[in-house]
Design a protein around this ligand. Structure first.
Ligand SMILES: [Zn+2]
Ligand SMILES: [Zn+2]
Length: 140
């Protein structure tokens, strides 16, 4: 898979192309489901003088523009990914917090039908599978 054109993505989302934004997009792309601290470390390998604030600001702008999706499993720090164009879900390890992508079995949103919509127009079901990852289950 060739590297996506991050400059083009920023322009298409009407975001100004800045070095921190490019570096953050690149870092989220290469480290899917990383938390903010890991992303700051990854961005600093490309831009050593970037501030924490610049990374936070870029993450917010990219998330608002839907170039980046944030995942917030209960009890875990926010994680980020650039796979925003499908309705995939996540499986989270209760023990070590590892996160993996799970393709949606239905494929389109919302993939679960609510037993009672209460009159709402429902456009998404947020699904997180919880369990124990292979590494952790060997250890117990
Ligand atoms: Zn685990
Ligand atoms: Zn994912």
């Amino acid at each position: 898979m060739s590297a996506p054109d991050f400059q083009h993505q920023l322009r298409t989302a009407a975001l100004r192309v800045t070095r921190p934004r490019l570096a953050v997009l690149e870092a989220v792309h290469t480290h899917p489901h990383a938390d903010t601290e890991s992303l700051i470390a990854a961005v600093r390998r490309a831009l050593p003088d970037v501030s924490h604030q610049a990374v936070y600001d870029s993450l917010h702008a990219l998330t608002d523009a839907r170039l980046v999706r944030s995942i917030n499993p209960a009890g875990s720090l926010a994680r980020y990914e650039t796979r925003t164009d499908d309705n995939h879900h996540h499986v989270v390890c209760r023990s070590c917090g590892q996160i993996e992508d799970v393709d949606c079995a239905v494929g389109h949103v919302p993939c679960l039908t609510a037993s009672d919509s209460h009159g709402f127009v429902i456009d998404e079901a947020e699904v997180i599978y919880w369990g124990i990852c292979p590494d952790c289950s060997v250890r117990t």
